[in-house]
Ligand binder design. Structure first.
Ligand SMILES: Cc1cc2nc3c(=O)[nH]c(=O)nc-3n(C[C@H](O)[C@H](O)[C@H](O)COP(=O)(O)OP(=O)(O)OC[C@H]3O[C@@H](n4cnc5c(N)ncnc54)[C@H](O)[C@@H]3O)c2cc1C
Length: 435
């Protein structure tokens, strides 16, 4: 279901499509997805395999080193498959490597094609790239519509419906005051999921800073050969110019929370009228505090980002794109990740409520898996033995055995910035405050 008032994290100009993961399991799953991006998913200009340059500073190379190991192994497998006459991916048999090692800032400068450099070492992987996120979501929707087995409904879920004894989820209540009832309800509301289910200590919304710089036609031509750049010491990344002359730059950070007190989503038992009654012990409304996305639809003008984010973006650009170091933002945006403690998806039946399945926890890296994640969700939903076996995704993405305080979340080792940032407001401008 797609609501009119929220801006999902999948809609935007661009998303990195990479198998460059420090974790070999995610690297392999992403490589599987990439095969689709190189095919129909990426057709009509939706996917651009322009390369991804990963960089790091001394002492912070761990993610890059592991990722390099994984993409080299994957490249070897692709070559073997191609040599054996199997499916061909980014590297056909006899083709040279698509991975170039970058040993120094000057190697990185040569790879960037922007006049700048970042980090001390890294590598360029020419079999990674970026996808047009909005166009890809339109494509996905057309695939689903073509099955003629799905009815689309545009509305906002205000709460889940529970059976009177609260052991079962029976559907959802909508902003239009309608209710939908179902034997199985799948909650896949991205960063809004924690407003519909108590996910404290399991999944949380975090705002991430994005800036867009307008470039001249001459600059766009100059940066045309630039790869996507991801600096894993700072978590900063930047895309080549888009067709409309924008350079998008963003911070893959621990992000900003927006704590809001909301009625406990699992204690809002539906009354005879179908309206939420908001009950708790002794009839008093029970409330919880969770981070709730603030989106540009709620504040339609230019969406400000915290000053620290603005500074980080400019500092990064002064290294990668010196020509843009002092350029004002054409646009800024806060985009909302659904983080989990280790950066894993949360794809599982709810342990307490029959009839409820959860598919969320994209943790800022879920988009690239769009061509393959649906199959995994269905396998887990059906309890297929391979996916549910020891070491299978079903175990890894299952409901955690304990809720972990957010200060202890490490994510997957790819984030920059500090932990514990909270959005604030001062003189009408959003600012960052340390908790
Ligand atoms: C700034 C940013 C950069 C990213 N960069 C990358 C990247 O480079 N590469 C990559 O692979 N991934 C990236 N990601 C992650 C990726 O976009 C997400 O992991 C992915 O979109 C998550 O998909 P989702 O379906 O779980 O959530 P979403 O994409 O947010 O979709 C959730 C859906 O639920 C709907 N919804 C929410 N609340 C309600 C409600 N109450 N009622 C009805 N519907 C509701 C929303 O409108 C939306 O349609 C990035 C994310 C962000 C925010």
């Amino acid at each position: 279901m797609s609501p009119p008032i929220t801006l999902p994290s999948n809609i935007d100009s661009s998303r990195i499509i990479r198998a460059d993961y420090a974790d070999p399991a995610y690297a392999a799953l992403a490589a599987e997805a990439q095969e689709h991006w190189r095919g129909q998913w990426g057709a009509d200009g939706r996917y651009h395999e322009v390369g991804l340059c990963l960089t790091a500073e001394p002492g912070k190379e761990d993610y890059v080193v592991k990722s390099l190991e994984n993409v080299r192994a994957l490249e070897g497998l692709r070559r073997e498959a191609a040599a054996a006459g199997g499916r061909q991916g980014g590297g056909a048999a006899g083709e040279g490597t698509k991975i170039q090692l970058l040993h120094s800032p000057s190697d990185i400068r040569a790879a960037l094609h922007t006049g700048g450099s970042i980090g001390s070492s890294g590598y360029l992987n020419l079999s990674s790239g970026w996808a047009d996120a909005e166009a890809s979501m339109r494509y996905l929707r057309s695939l689903v519509a073509a099955t003629k087995r799905v009815t689309f409904l545009t509305d906002t879920v205000t709460r889940l419906l529970f059976s009177p004894d609260t052991t079962k989820v029976t559907g959802a209540h909508l902003a239009s005051n309608k209710t939908l009832t179902a034997d199985l309800t799948i909650l896949a509301a991205g960063a809004w999921s924690p407003t519909l289910l108590d996910l404290r200590g399991i999944a949380a919304a975090r705002g991430q800073c994005i800036g867009y710089m307008r470039v001249t036609a001459e600059e766009a031509a100059r940066f045309a050969k630039a790869p996507v750049v991801l600096d894993l010491s700072s978590g900063m990344y930047v895309f080549p110019p888009s067709a409309d002359g924008m350079v998008k730059v963003a911070w893959h950070s621990f992000g900003w929370a927006n704590p809001v007190s909301i009625p406990h989503p699992e204690r809002r038992v539906s009354g005879a009228s179908g309206h939420a009654e908001g009950t708790g012990e002794g009839g008093k409304e029970e409330r919880i505090t969770v981070s709730v996305p603030r989106t540009s639809h709620q504040r339609p003008a230019q969406q400000p980002i915290p000053r620290e984010g603005q500074q980080a973006i400019h500092a990064f650009l002064s290294q990668t794109h010196p020509a843009l170091a002092n350029r004002s933002f054409a646009r800024t945006r806060l985009c909302w990740y659904t983080d989990t403690p280790l950066g894993d998806f949360l794809i599982t039946y709810h342990p307490r409520y029959d009839g409820l399945f959860v598919a969320t926890g994209g943790s800022g890296h879920g988009f690239k898996f769009a061509p393959v994640i649906g199959d995994k969700i269905v396998e887990i939903l059906l309890g297929k033995s391979e996916v549910m076996a020891e070491g299978g995704w079903g175990r890894r993405w299952g409901w955690p055995t304990e809720r972990l305080a957010e200060g202890g979340w490490t994510l997957d080792g790819s984030r920059g910035g500090g932990k514990g940032m909270v959005l604030g407001e001062e003189e009408g401008e959003r600012r960052a405050a340390k908790l």
